[in-house]
Design a protein around this ligand. Sequence first.
Ligand code: 5RP
Length: 241
Amino acid sequence: MSDLVQSAKKAAAYAAVDDHIKSGYIVGIGSGSTVVFAVDRLAERVRNENLKVKCIPTSFQARQLIIDNKLTLTDLDVDPVLDVCIDGADEVDSNMTLIKGGGGCLLQEKIVASNAKKLIIIADYTKDSQKLGDQYKKGIPIEVVPIAYVPISNKIKERFGGSLELRMAVKKAGPVVTDNGNFVLDWTNFNQDSDWEKVNSELLHIPGLVETGLFIKMASKAYFGLKDGSVKQKGTCSAQA
Ligand SMILES: O=C(CO)[C@H](O)[C@H](O)COP(=O)(O)O
């Protein structure tokens, strides 16, 4: 990954943490490489400003980040309502519809985000698109119960077209297994002009399909780090709103 992209991720993450996290907050910690910068900044603010925050992870990776940075860990049993969730995205379209799940953590990410008063997205400039699929070519991740991956692939192809591929592991023989023990299908060559809300609700009716990486009407704001070091904001909610 280029230095420019890395700096862009960092700039977006720092700006979002500075604008949206206050002492006393319950904070959702997303997953992926951009979130690493957000946790760095949050830990720095906890040390320097004596900020009191409790963090809810969206994945095994996020839990490790919280622990490694000596932040306070909590969960939805103890704190079922979050003030804010900060997470990355694979792509953000002009309606603030997201593709998430490039790291395979979509299910817990969606659960945690859906219990947050606001979801703030942090990303580099390569994620800012007009339509889903403009820049992100790896497809829409779909988490499925393992025994159902073939019929689910067939049903999606028949109903909506495109191609589905079972995501394979890199340092393990066989498929990626999510934090929840499921498989991930990556859906490519979909119709970019789809009504994503309708598609998403139809997908969620397929037995065995656990969750989709389509996040619709969930994100309040997206911060994109740009090549020149500045940060572009997309979406409506104001800082600390
Ligand atoms: O949804 C995710 C993981 O499941 C990530 O937030 C998404 O893949 C973006 O990751 P990165 O910050 O590494 O670009």
